[in-house]
Design a protein around this ligand. Structure first.
Ligand code: FEO
Length: 173
């Protein structure tokens, strides 16, 4: 049995994960429009991953007999000045998601709600990976640069990351 405060915060997290999915799908669309196919594929995959994060939370709420509520949500931004700015926004967004997970962990620990605390451990590890992933992409962009052919090499690099992700997912299934 979850407290109402935990239910409310888990519902907020569900909606943040859906927003994350919309954000990355919109960014994927922007990349496709700019002929950055590798980035478009990578971000489309990532949009799908965010929906799996949402579903984990949804299932957890439903298993406890709580009511999951999907909000109306704001539209994601549609335009970006550059690929660098777009990935900086993603990194910032992932740091926001991490802070929300940390708040949830703190709440579960304070109540205490040990089942939710345990459930949230997966998200703690996942956010560590997500921040690492996007920080490493930003580092690559800074290293290679986006001038001239740089953008082509970055897109190819990110296409390789998307292909590796597909292989990992196939191997897991
Ligand atoms: Fe579900 Fe990228 O955090």
């Amino acid at each position: 049995m979850l407290s109402q405060q935990i239910i409310d915060c888990l519902n907020q997290q569900i909606n943040l994960e859906i927003y994350s999915s919309h954000l990355y799908l919109q960014m994927s669309s922007w990349c496709a429009y700019k002929s950055l196919e590798g980035c478009a594929t990578f971000l489309s995959q990532h949009a799908d991953e965010e929906m799996t994060h949402m579903r984990r939370l949804l299932n957890y709420l439903q298993e406890t007999g709580a009511f999951a509520v999907i909000d109306g949500m704001q539209a994601p931004p549609t335009d970006f000045n550059s690929l660098t700015e777009m990935f900086e926004k993603i990194y910032g967004h992932e740091k926001l998601v991490t802070s929300k997970i940390n708040n949830l962990v703190h709440l579960a620990n304070t109540e205490p709600d040990y089942a939710t605390l345990q459930f949230l451990q997966w998200y703690v590890a996942e956010q560590h990976q997500e921040e690492f992933l996007f920080k490493s992409i930003l580092d690559k962009i800074k290293l290679i640069g986006t001038e001239g052919q740089g953008i082509f090499f970055i897109d190819r690099e990110i296409a390789n990351m998307a292909a590796n992700r597909t292989q990992e997912t196939t191997a897991m299934n």
